[in-house]
Design a protein around this ligand. Structure first.
Ligand SMILES: Cc1cc2nc3c(=O)[nH]c(=O)nc-3n(C[C@H](O)[C@H](O)[C@H](O)COP(=O)(O)O)c2cc1C
Length: 152
């Protein structure tokens, strides 16, 4: 299964790489366990039409707003939004996973929720900073379920 992600300070990259390693370990025990193809998007990534479904994993960087009733501005992660907006990519997005920091209260993982709304995809899960091993196990299982249901 495919995961597109962006990471500015490395937390989301760490999470996705650990998710990939966990999937590989599962796959060594059981060849039916799905492995993860991850693609990191940054400001220099050319927009491409994806040909297979994917999950998106995005951290939250917002300027202004309180996450409830006034404007907030996405900063630093827009290249992932632009990438998903391209061509038919929104239709292939199976869901969004958010990362953030709970100190941001109502704005915790808000970018992922905004992507979910914009791309009509479910907000699937969140994790804080680099995420825990338990979150990796839980999110891996969830992605496998969603992937299998979508590609049936
Ligand atoms: C300038 C700045 C703004 C941030 N804004 C938010 C926010 O609005 N909501 C949130 O949950 N986390 C916020 N964070 C925390 C990051 O989302 C969090 O550290 C995340 O793990 C970063 O992921 P990355 O290392 O993959 O870039 C902010 C961090 C910075 C530095």
């Amino acid at each position: 299964m495919n995961v597109l992600f962006i990471s500015i300070s490395g937390n989301t990259r760490s999470f996705v790489q650990r998710l990939q390693r966990f999937a590989e370990e599962e796959n060594q025990k059981d060849p039916n366990a799905l492995i993860i193809h991850a693609k990191e998007i940054d400001d220099n990534t050319p927009e491409e039409a994806e040909t297979e479904p994917f999950f998106a994993c995005v951290p939250t960087y917002l300027e202004g707003g309180n996450g409830v009733d006034n404007g907030d501005q996405e900063i630093l992660t827009e290249s992932l939004r632009d990438y998903i907006e391209f061509h038919n990519n929104p239709k292939l997005c199976l869901g969004v996973i958010g990362s953030g920091n709970k100190n941001f209260n109502e704005q915790y993982c808000l970018t992922a929720k905004q992507y979910a709304e914009q791309f009509s995809a479910p907000f699937l899960a969140d994790f804080e900073l680099r995420g825990t091993d338990n979150e990796i196990h839980r999110i891996y299982q969830l992605l496998c379920e969603k992937w299998q249901a979508a590609v049936k």
